[in-house]
Design a protein around this ligand. Structure first.
Ligand SMILES: [Zn+2]
Ligand SMILES: [Zn+2]
Length: 537
């Protein structure tokens, strides 16, 4: 069974007859990458699985924007340094007049790309939740039970807090920072604090020395308490999170007990996932290896982003380098699509049911599977794209080679057009020299001279055979292969000779298909150029 269905089944059993709330959240520290997108995409899949079982489910996403700003992301205006330690919700847009705030800037872009892949959560802002008093009751409970909270922290996580520690950090009324305040007393609904300084990320930040008191709407609960509180407040029943929160004595273990003992709420069903690495390294702004959902959408069909998360278990290690692994990922998806429609047969290692389910979950709209098999492989398209000028030309070729039906539905036409757009982008951004080629309209000089006698003889024999044969990929492939073998030259040197004559380089796309989409007369003439050259000698 697919893991989302296993989770959904457990949820329906744990809490029957409730509307499930599957939550995820991210702290805002600049562009939101595919690692952060993972938990909300997985959460959306779980919602679908609950509904498939006849249950009800809501998807929510929380922007942790009351958290302090810890580090200025690369490429940000240097004056952002002065905001370290402020709640991120108080920062302006990094592009100045572009929009009203840093958080809006990051979240809008993220939500826009999520919508493209069919993920449309209800969005909550941590800051807004505090300001509107949503946290008030729980904050009060946590502060009244500060001793108990301290004890839980010590017992579960081994963290020892000072006697006067309180689980609430107010925003300083004078300087506006949140990372610098130290609260020492809770009395009559007010938290008393001093702005003594603190740490944001790795940087020490000076406090302003202010002594003040704060209500429970202008500050935030300590992380593990806040997590537990919002489960209760939002009625969260399931939440995917990275494995760093799942360690023994880690945040989940601690928040779970706080949730039960302080707030009297049954903690959500945890779904633990493995973080994405890029070439073995964590994604980080300073390494410049961040991949955003937008980056993916630019060079791959939208289903691919979903497939990335649903093709394997959440706990499976995911290493992904967009420059090297993208085409393989797309080809894996295309294979699963062929399995789904019975075009490919599964290998003994493949779990057909699970793969089919991952295909369903990769579709952008819930319960909307393509009515019929319609697929032009990415690789084929990348070849066609390089020898054509416009979309009509491309469609003409694909119809001729039977890759698309004579009558495409408007949906199919739209899909094909969009897929060509991403293929073009991929060719412009990530394709290597090996992926790219250009047809040499004129015979490159010196090529014929560079061929061996055996190569020339073999190519001429191929030309003789192809001249009168059918112009389809399979026939062309078989003809070349047969001649290469019987002539004794072998396929490798034969292919090299052909590529040199057509592309002026040693390698190129798979020859049978490649030649079949080119003009037959052009190819035959080019191969016979060897003979003409000989005549000239
Ligand atoms: Zn902006
Ligand atoms: Zn201050």
């Amino acid at each position: 069974m697919h893991w989302v269905d296993t989770v959904a089944q457990a949820l329906m059993k744990e809490r029957p007859n409730v509307e499930h709330v599957v939550a995820s959240g991210t702290s805002i520290s600049g562009a939101i990458h595919i690692g952060n997108a993972g938990d909300v995409i997985m959460a959306e899949g779980i919602c679908r699985a609950i509904r498939k079982l006849g249950g009800k489910a809501r998807l929510i996403w929380i922007s942790d924007d009351m958290d302090p700003f810890r580090k200025v992301p690369m490429g940000f205006p240097p004056e952002f340094n002065k905001y370290l330690g402020f709640p991120v919700s108080s920062l302006p847009c990094p592009k100045r007049e572009h929009c009203e705030s840093f958080v809006k800037h990051c979240v809008d872009e993220f939500m826009h790309s999520l919508a493209e892949i069919g993920v449309r959560p209800e969005v909550y802002s941590g800051t807004k939740m505090y300001k509107e008093g949503m946290y008030e009751n729980e904050a009060k409970k946590a502060l009244e039970n500060a001793d108990k909270v301290r004890k839980i922290l010590k017992e579960i996580s081994g963290t020892e807090k000072k006697e006067d520690w309180l689980p609430f950090d107010p925003v300083c009324s004078r300087c506006g920072r949140i990372a610098t305040t130290h609260s020492y007393k809770y009395e009559n609904g007010k938290v008393h604090y001093k702005c003594i300084g603190g740490v944001a990320g790795k940087q020490k930040i000076e406090g302003c020395g202010n002594v003040g008191e704060s209500d429970l709407r202008n500050g935030k609960l300590a992380w593990r308490v806040e997590w537990a509180a919002r489960w209760k407040i939002l009625g969260v029943t399931c939440e995917p999170f990275g494995k760093e929160h799942a360690a023994a004595g880690g945040s989940y273990d601690t928040s779970k007990v706080i949730c039960e003992d302080i707030f009297g709420y049954k903690p959500p069903h945890p779904v633990i996932y493995e973080h994405i690495l890029v070439g073995g390294a964590k994604m980080s702004k300073s390494l410049g290896n961040i991949i955003s959902v937008d980056d993916m959408l630019r060079v791959a069909p939208p289903e691919i982003m979903r497939f990335f998360f649903f093709r394997t278990k959440a706990t499976k290690h995911k290493d992904f380098d967009i420059t090297k692994d993208l085409v393989k990922l797309i080809e894996d998806y295309e294979h699963v699509e062929r399995l789904y429609f019975g075009v490919d047969k599964p290998s003994p290692q493949e779990d057909l049911e699970e793969l089919k389910r991952s295909y369903e979950l990769s579709q952008i709209e819930e319960n909307r599977i393509p009515e019929r098999y319609f697929q032009v492989p990415f690789r084929h398209m990348s070849v066609v794209a390089q020898i054509t000028k416009d979309y009509e030309d491309r469609v003409r070729i694909l119809k001729r080679t039977g890759h698309v039906p004579e009558q495409m539905s408007s949906w199919e036409d739209e899909r094909l057009k969009k897929k060509f757009q991403v293929v073009d982008n991929w060719l412009g951004i990530y394709a290597t020299e090996q992926d790219k080629f250009s047809i040499q309209e004129k015979l490159p000089s010196g090529v014929i001279e560079s061929l061996s006698d055996a190569q020339r003889r073999t190519v001429l024999e191929i030309a003789d055979k192809l001249k009168d044969s059918n112009w389809d990929a399979e026939t062309i492939h078989n003809t070349i292969h047969n001649v290469a073998t019987t002539s004794g030259l072998g396929p490798k040197d034969t292919f090299t000779a052909m590529y040199k004559l057509l592309l002026g380089k040693d390698r190129g796309p798979k020859l049978g298909y490649f030649l079949s989409i080119l003009d037959k007369k052009f190819i035959i003439d080019r191969l016979y150029a060897i003979k003409n050259n000989k005549d000239k000698e």
